[in-house]
Design a protein around this ligand. Structure first.
Ligand code: NAG
Ligand code: NAG
Ligand code: NAG
Length: 455
């Protein structure tokens, strides 16, 4: 397989043993490097603290950015944001819509050509008027299986800057909230593991699950007036102080603000936390070497006995290790080892094979988005668009054979570089709400294609 790699693609030849063999030298390098990474990330975060996407971003990349406006200078007052709160959306049953990705679905495209956000909270707020039709443009045919969907999403693009995204060759679904609830409800848990980039995807999924464009991604229930003002709509993602208020798990929403949850849930007597078939969780796991505490936290999420519904994993990694493929593969193998040792029923050899001779796939790896012009110059070599593209290709080569069939690890890959290159963004490390909603919908399409009936 390695012979077939494009010469530019990074290759993985650093065996894990070598890393421990010269441990002393390497650990010194690691320490220095980690400090540099942390400093630079702080630097990136301070950029993210800008409250608005400046109009010069897309046209003038050579002019130094003007002094950032403070978050507090947002020009809408908090009372504007509060008078239309999300209606409690309570569904007693999943809607009977066809969801499996297969050819019989082609007839069911209604939500794809309507604004599925029409009833979301703050949809008509002047600072938050995002239509789903401005994010994705539907076309025929629909992708008929998970592989063709992943190729289409990874290779898709836009006709013009910031125009709606279109997958390549075949289309994805743009699901309604009810459909996303149904899909996530097929799984015992959907566990996202990764860095802040993945946390933003989880934020966008929570916007979908709570039908709230204004505050769906954040823990609005503990917000004071200032946070309500700062962390509204796209600033849930692009203001640093707000992105750390992101929602980490569905049980937190059900504990603190159940009526904001638009998926079905059950209230219990004696003040127990309401429960829902939907359970979306993120565990942050930034870089390799992995932190044992973080790994054991991930393991504690996994039931020791095989649950009746499958568990799906959405993994994302790269920037914290400077897109070093070896580090990413070690990160991945470390996470998988932790998962398989805590939940042996998830091991590839323990998975059902009866339909084809392959085990079912329930793990997706998402690679980073394209870089923006505000990516600081010192990061261009290690994390610029060239490095990002080579990384995306290389990760896929690690996961698939050249002909697109999967090998070894039983993981699938969704790339986001083509989707995000031609859109408005800062440095590209985190996309804005619009970009993250597209990623979230991509993840929902992949989950919708997982063969849960084989579990
Ligand atoms: C927002 O609330 C006001 C009343 O407070 C109401 O008149 C208006 O129709 C609402 N807008 C939306 C989009 O719900
Ligand atoms: C496609 O999915 C629907 C359920 O959404 C199912 O009834 C139908 O049998 C499936 N068709 C094929 C060809 O798998
Ligand atoms: C972009 O799309 C092409 C065509 O599908 C694909 O080969 C490539 O891997 C995608 N990603 C990047 C970073 O080029």
């Amino acid at each position: 397989m390695t012979n077939k790699l494009h010469p530019l693609r990074r290759r993985l030849y650093k065996p894990q043993k070598a890393a421990t063999g010269i441990a002393a030298t390497i650990s010194k390098q690691w320490t220095l490097r980690n400090i540099t990474i942390v400093l630079a990330i702080l630097n990136v975060f301070s950029l993210l603290n800008l409250a608005f996407t400046p109009p010069w971003l897309s046209s003038l990349s050579h002019r130094p950015p003007p002094t950032p406006p403070r978050c507090q200078t947002l020009e809408f007052a908090s009372h504007d944001l509060h008078h239309n709160i999300s209606e409690p959306a309570f569904h007693h049953a999943f809607p009977p819509v066809p969801l499996t990705i297969n050819s019989s679905l082609s007839a069911y495209r209604l939500p794809d050509i309507s604004d599925t956000f029409a009833t979301y909270a703050y949809r008509n707020h002047p600072k938050c008027s995002i239509s789903s039709l401005s994010l994705h443009k539907a076309f025929s045919p629909l992708c008929t299986d998970r592989q063709s969907f992943l190729r289409a999403f990874t290779g898709g693009g836009r006709i013009g800057f910031d125009t709606p995204f279109m997958p390549k060759d075949c289309d994805m679904r743009w699901y309604t909230t009810e459909e996303v609830c149904e899909i996530l409800g097929r799984f015992e848990k959907v566990i996202v593991v990764g860095d802040s980039m993945m946390r933003h995807v989880v934020g966008a999924m929570n916007v979908l699950l709570r039908k709230d464009l204004g505050y769906g991604a954040v823990t609005g229930w503990n917000f004071g007036g200032e946070e309500s003002e700062k962390c509204f709509c796209t600033h849930q993602m692009d203001v640093k102080a707000c992105s750390i208020q992101g929602i980490y798990r569905t049980s937190d929403v059900l504990t603190h603000d159940p009526t904001s949850f638009a998926c079905p849930y059950t209230l219990h007597s004696n003040n127990e936390t309401p429960t829902s078939p939907v359970n979306l969780i993120i565990e942050l796991m930034l870089k390799y070497p992995l932190d044992p505490t973080e790994l054991s936290r991930l393991q504690s999420l996994l039931p020791p006995e095989r649950p009746t519904r499958p568990i799906a994993f959405i993994l994302g990694h790269g920037l914290w290790n400077d897109l070093d493929l070896a580090a990413t593969v070690h990160w991945l193998d470390g996470v998988l080892t932790a998962i398989y040792s805590a939940a042996p029923y998830l091991q590839p050899q323990a998975l059902p094979k009866e339909i084809t001779d392959k085990p079912m796939v329930y793990i997706l790896f998402v690679t980073p988005s394209a870089a923006g012009v505000l990516k600081p110059d010192q990061w261009i070599a290690s994390q610029g668009d060239k490095a990002l593209q080579i990384f995306e290709h290389s990760v896929r080569d690690e996961i698939y054979e050249q002909d697109g069939r999967f090998v070894g690890r039983g993981i699938e890959h969704m790339g986001t570089w083509n989707m995000s290159i031609q859109m408005d963004k800062w440095d590209g490390v985190h996309l804005n709400l619009r970009g993250n909603l597209i990623k979230a919908m991509g993840v929902a399409n992949w989950l919708g294609g997982v063969e849960v009936e084989r579990w």
